[in-house]
Write a new protein. Structure first.
Length: 213
C-alpha cells in the first residue's frame, strides 16, 4: 500500500497537532488518539512512542513548575488538583510510551526474523523471540491486521506464517519482464522498521511500514 494513500485516509482528528494538544489538555483523549493513529498508520507504530514520552516529560515539567510556584505562596485545593492532574498524566503517558516503544522493538524483531531471516515456522520464530507460541501467533495476527505483512496469514495446519510470493521476493516479478537489469536492483534496509527491501528506483517506500527508503 502506498504511504501517500495511508496519509489520505488519516482523519484530521488523529493528526499530530491534535494529538500534541490533547496530551496537554486532556491526556486520556491523547492515549485514545495515539491508539487510533497507530492502528491506521504503520510508520507511526515505530515512532510515536518517542512523542508520547516527550509528552510525559512535559506533564512532569508542568507539575514541577506548579509545585515551585506554590512553595512561596502556599497550596490551594485548585493548585493541588492541577499538580495531581499533570503528575498522573505524566505517569500514564510515560507508561503508555514504554508500551509503544516495547511493541515497536518487538515488531522490528519479528520483521528481522521473518523478512530478513526468511524464517516462517512459528516454533522457530517463537524460539528466536523467546516467547510462547500463543503470544507469537497473537502478535503476528495483530501485525497482519495492522498491515505490516500485507496478504499474509497464519496457517495453523503447518504452523507457519505464509507470505505472498511478492513479499518473499520483495519485488514484483514483472520488474524483470520490463527489461530492468538485475544489477540495478538494490537492497536497502528501512531505517524505520529494519526490513530489507529490494528496490529499482530512488524514492521507493518500505513494503512493510510505508517509510521512504
Amino acid at each position: 500500500m502506498n504511504n501517500n494513500d495511508d496519509n489520505k485516509k488519516i482523519n484530521p482528528l488523529y493528526s499530530w497537532p491534535v494529538i500534541i494538544i490533547s496530551i496537554i489538555v486532556f491526556w486520556p483523549l491523547a492515549i485514545f488518539l495515539v491508539y487510533k493513529r497507530v492502528r491506521i498508520d504503520k510508520k507511526a507504530g515505530f515512532t510515536i512512542g518517542r512523542l508520547v514520552r516527550y509528552g510525559s516529560y512535559l506533564c512532569f515539567f508542568m507539575a514541577g513548575i506548579g509545585i515551585i510556584a506554590c512553595l512561596g505562596q502556599g497550596f490551594t485545593g485548585q493548585d493541588v488538583g492541577m499538580i495531581l492532574f499533570f503528575l498522573i498524566a505524566g505517569v500514564a503517558l510515560f507508561m503508555f510510551a514504554k508500551k509503544l516503544s516495547s511493541n515497536a522493538e518487538k515488531y522490528k524483531k519479528y520483521i528481522s526474523i521473518i523478512i530478513n531471516g526468511n524464517e516462517y515456522i512459528l516454533d522457530n520464530i517463537a524460539s528466536a523471540m523467546s516467547l510462547p507460541i500463543n503470544i507469537v501467533k497473537k502478535d503476528l495476527k495483530d501485525m497482519i491486521n495492522n498491515g505490516y505483512f500485507q496478504g499474509a496469514y497464519i496457517n495453523d495446519s503447518t504452523n507457519e506464517i505464509v507470505l505472498p510470493k511478492t513479499s518473499k521476493e520483495n519485488i514484483n516479478e514483472t520488474t524483470f519482464n520490463n527489461s530492468v537489469p538485475q544489477d540495478e536492483v538494490k537492497v536497502i534496509t528501512c531505517k524505520c522498521c529494519g526490513a530489507q527491501n529490494k528496490v529499482t528506483s530512488s524514492g521507493a517506500e518500505c513494503e512493510y511500514c510505508g517509510s521512504l527508503l
